[in-house]
Write a protein that binds this ligand. Structure first.
Ligand code: E4P
Length: 217
C-alpha cells in the first residue's frame, strides 16, 4: 500500500519524507488555508516546494467547478511539475474534466467521493486515483471502510486501473483496515503514519536490551 501524507505543512512533509516510506502528498484548499497559504502565486510556489521535498505524486486541487475552468486550472497545475496530479471534485463537470485529462495522459485524483456509484463513474472516466473520504463518512455514522470494500469489489470485477486512495484517514486503525481491504493508497496525517511504529512492548524490550548491554560492558 502506498502512503501519502495529507497536509500542506512543509515540516510534516519533510519529517514523513525523512522516514523513507512516503509515496506522495495530498492537499486541498482547506489544508492550504490552514498553513496560511493564500493567493495564486503563493499557492503555486507552495506546490513547487512540496514537489521539491517528495519524489511521488502531489495532488493539487482545482477551484473551478465548470468544465472549462477546471481544464484551464488543471492544465496550469499539471504544467508546474511532472509530479502534480490534478485533483478534481466528484461532480458531473468534474467527470468530464477527468475524461479530458485522462485522454491527454494527465494524472487525476477524483476527490470528495462518498459512494460506490461515484467511484464507478470516476473509474469509467479514467481517473488515476479515486478518493473516498472514510473519516467524514464515519463522522456521520456511516461505515467508511465498507465503502472502501465496496469500491475494491467493483474495481476488481472489471479490472479498473483507477487506484483507490483511502482519504480522510484519521488514525492508525484506519490505515491497517484499509491495508486489509486492499486500498491501493492511504492518505492521512503524520500521526497516523508514525503511530504505526508505536508499541509499548517494543519500548520495554528495547530499554531492557540496552540495560543488559550496559551491564555486560
Ligand atoms: C483528501 O485528499 C483530503 O485532503 C482529506 O483526506 C480530507 O480529510 P479530512 O476529512 O480529515 O479533512
Amino acid at each position: 500500500m502506498k502512503f501519502f501524507i495529507d497536509t500542506a505543512n512543509l515540516d510534516q512533509i519533510k519529517e514523513a519524507q525523512s522516514l523513507g516510506i512516503l509515496d506522495g502528498v495530498t492537499t486541498n484548499p482547506s489544508l492550504m488555508a490552514k498553513e496560511g497559504i493564500t493567493g495564486q502565486d503563493n499557492i503555486i510556489a507552495h506546490y513547487k516546494a512540496i514537489c521539491d521535498i517528495v519524489e511521488g505524486d502531489v495532488s493539487a486541487e482545482v477551484i473551478a467547478t465548470d468544465f472549462e475552468g477546471m481544464i484551464a486550472e488543471g492544465e496550469a497545475l499539471a504544467a508546474l511539475h511532472p509530479q502534480i496530479v490534478v485533483k478534481i471534485p466528484m461532480i458531473l463537470e468534474g467527470i468530464k474534466a477527468i475524461k479530458y485529462f485522462s485522454d491527454k495522459g494527465i494524472k487525476t485524483n477524483c476527490t470528495l467521493v462518498f459512494s460506490s456509484g461515484q467511484a464507478l463513474l470516476a473509474a469509467k472516466a479514467g481517473a488515476t486515483y479515486v478518493s473516498p473520504f472514510i473519516g467524514r463518512l464515519d463522522d456521520v455514522s456511516t461505515d467508511g471502510l465498507q465503502l472502501i470494500e465496496d469500491i475494491r469489489n467493483i474495481y476488481d470485477n472489471y479490472d479498473y486501473t483507477t487506484e483507490i486512495l483511502a482519504a480522510s484517514v484519521r488514525h492508525t486503525m484506519h490505515v491497517i483496515d484499509c491495508a486489509h481491504i486492499g486500498a491501493d493508497v492511504m492518505t492521512g496525517p503524520l500521526s497516523a503514519i508514525v503511530g504505526l511504529a508505536k508499541h509499548p512492548l517494543t519500548d520495554i524490550g528495547l530499554a531492557k536490551f540496552l540495560a543488559d548491554h550496559k551491564k555486560g560492558n
